[in-house]
Design a binder for this molecule. Structure first.
Ligand SMILES: C[S@@+](CC[C@H](N)C(=O)[O-])C[C@H]1O[C@@H](n2cnc3c(N)ncnc32)[C@H](O)[C@@H]1O
Length: 189
């Protein structure tokens, strides 16, 4: 199932409903980049909630035109693209962040492989998502399914394995209701 139409409809309300992203959640993962960070891709970035928290220089990539319109109105650079066929050149970005989005992607391994392809050697993919084994995680999954979404949640270990399979050197950085997994692309300059 494809969740993008839900986000198109929900886009004008999204930033009102969501708390601001906390950059501190991502700082330890971003620090793993083994190269200078100039180009950041906020993948499944929606309205740019995370790009704004990171300082506004990230390109917000998403399939939902409605979500990207909100990001564009905030002055963020946007790219309408599907994660399964990312319209981003090979080895052209230093960091890819995927926050609260992997579980909405229709083909998680393809999305991770595409993110890994876009990374320069030494670059880092950071995934932050929700753990399905926690009480809050189960409630979130049930709520999204009730809403009609096709959400499928990885555990932190499953997510790390997905990043490893895409050729990244993956590790779990924190684990609770939300978890953070980071994967560094080998071959740093
Ligand atoms: C819950 S939102 C998260 C947005 C943002 N990362 C944040 O934390 O606020 C999930 C996003 O994933 C996007 N998405 C879902 N499937 C996608 C796909 N196949 N390609 C690109 N984006 C997709 C949706 O359009 C939506 O904007």
């Amino acid at each position: 199932m494809h969740d993008v139409p839900y986000f198109d409809r929900f886009a004008p309300l999204y930033d009102l409903a969501m708390p601001a992203a906390d950059p501190a959640d991502l700082t330890p993962a971003l620090a793993l980049a083994d190269r200078p960070v100039e180009r950041v891709l906020d993948l499944g970035g929606g309205t740019g909630r995370v790009a704004r928290a990171l300082g506004g220089d990230a390109v917000v990539a998403d399939a939902s035109r409605g979500m990207l319109e909100e990001a564009h109105e905030d002055g963020l650079e946007t790219l309408q693209t599907d994660v399964r066929q990312l319209a981003v050149a090979d080895e052209s970005v230093d960091v890819v962040v995927v926050v609260d989005a992997l579980h909405h992607f229709p083909a998680r391994s393809t999305a991770v492989a595409e993110a890994a392809r876009a990374l320069r050697p030494g670059g880092v993919l950071v995934v932050r998502d929700f753990a399905p084994g926690t009480i809050r995680g189960r409630l979130l999954a049930a709520g999204e399914h009730l809403f009609g979404m096709g959400s499928r949640f990885d555990t932190a270990d499953e997510c790390a394995q997905r990043l490893d399979e895409a050729g990244l050197d993956a590790r779990v950085l924190d684990e609770g209701f939300a978890f953070t997994v980071a994967g560094v692309k080998p071959g740093a300059p």
